[in-house]
Ligand binder design. Structure first.
Ligand code: SF4
Length: 367
């Protein structure tokens, strides 16, 4: 075990590019003031992104289905297969939404659903091929670890083969949704059927080896303990080290938001804005091998998202156009922002906006 030093020494080390261990991270979160964490995170962001630019993505969310059998206690989005409110969009209905995205100049679609016990891999391959044929210029980031594990289970096929087939059919990236807290103590309590933290990491590892775009997420505020929060970050960091060494294809970014309790079976309360900003800052300090940290306006609102840009975040997220998961759980901050609104928010925070694609390549730099 490394010697615990003072918060000031740990933050100095982090700003210099050094690594903070699990034990040191716990100690740091317990002892550093929010102001100290924010200043250090901002200094790290300035070193990594000195040009004063904040990026954003023009995309849309499409929830192709709300059918799910996993019953996560914190989810207000899903419906059981027999529910009268259950739906599965046709390829043509999804195509109509894609046409709107194209008209808007979007470069990425985020396709998300639930754990459907009836769909085999040919359904997903068919959808991906249809979208690639009609919208070849739009990157497809689709599904999540629990969804692809479900396909592997239904098909009795190894997960790397599932990902390879989906990749071949047109899937460009596996988003990191469903990470919640990457520790089984909290997962067993809030979503016992959703899979272990190891299964989430394994899906992302295999997607990275397959060459797909991946991003990391975290949802906090489930009454998890501090060690679990820090473990979440160190487990992401460990995979990032491994994947960067393996083929250079790690997580493009990290985003954190707080649990939204409204309309969920689990209920409870929402973490404060101050705690959200503390978590953003802390993540920037701990994730020394992740280039980009995103602010989350759909869950936290524009004011906090702007503030997050001074707590280590260098990305304002995406336009989304349509969001049904966080909004179902009561995030009443609006589920769509126009490109102009996002640009205005970034400027108001004191940065120059730049449009990026899913892989964080800059597409358009604005003044
Ligand atoms: S969070 Fe995902 S896996 Fe859990 S119930 Fe909702 S849709 Fe299903």
């Amino acid at each position: 075990m490394q010697t615990i030093t003072t918060p000031g020494e740990l933050l100095e080390r982090a700003i210099a590019g050094g690594r903070i261990s699990l034990e040191e991270g716990i100690h740091l979160y317990q002892t550093a003031t929010t102001k100290e964490l924010k200043q250090a995170a901002d200094a790290i962001r300035q070193k990594r992104h000195p040009e004063g630019v904040v990026t954003y993505l023009v995309d849309r969310n499409i929830n192709y289905s709300n059918v799910c059998i996993v019953d996560c206690g914190f989810c207000a989005f899903y419906r059981k297969p027999a529910s009268s409110e259950a739906y599965l969009l046709t390829n043509e209905q999804i195509g109509e939404k894609m046409a709107e995205l194209r008209a808007w100049g979007g470069s990425r679609v985020l396709l998300q659903g639930g754990v459907n016990p009836y769909l085999k891999i040919d359904y997903y391959e068919g959808l991906l091929r249809y979208l690639k044929e009609h919208f070849p210029e739009i990157e497809i980031d689709s599904f999540s670890p629990v969804e692809v594990w479900n396909i592997a289970r239904i098909m009795k096929m190894p997960l790397d083969q599932v990902l390879h087939r989906l990749h071949e059919a047109g899937m460009d990236g596996l988003p990191g949704g469903g990470a919640e807290i990457l520790d089984n103590r909290t997962r067993n309590r809030i979503a016992p059927h959703k899979g272990t933290w190891e299964s989430w990491i394994e899906a992302e590892r295999l997607a990275q080896r397959e060459g797909m775009t991946t991003s990391a997420t975290m949802v906090f505020g489930f009454d998890e303990d501090l060690e679990e929060r820090v473990l979440h970050l160190t487990r992401l960091r460990d995979l990032q080290d491994e994947s960067l060494a393996y083929n250079g294809n790690g997580f493009t970014s990290f985003i954190v938001w707080s649990y939204q309790p409204e309309n969920t079976a689990m209920g409870g309360s929402r973490a404060s804005g101050a705690e959200y900003l503390r978590m953003v800052s802390f993540a920037r300090i701990m994730l020394d091998n992740v280039e980009n940290i995103s602010a989350s306006w759909p869950s936290q609102g524009a004011d906090l998202a702007r503030e997050a840009l001074h707590c280590g975040a260098n990305d304002f997220g995406s336009t989304m156009m349509e969001e049904n998961v966080v909004s179902a759980a009561g995030a009443d901050v609006g589920t769509c922002m126009t490109v102009e609104q996002i640009q205005a928010e970034i400027r108001e925070a004191g940065f120059r906006p730049a449009e990026r694609n899913s892989r964080y390549k800059i597409l358009k730099q604005l003044d």
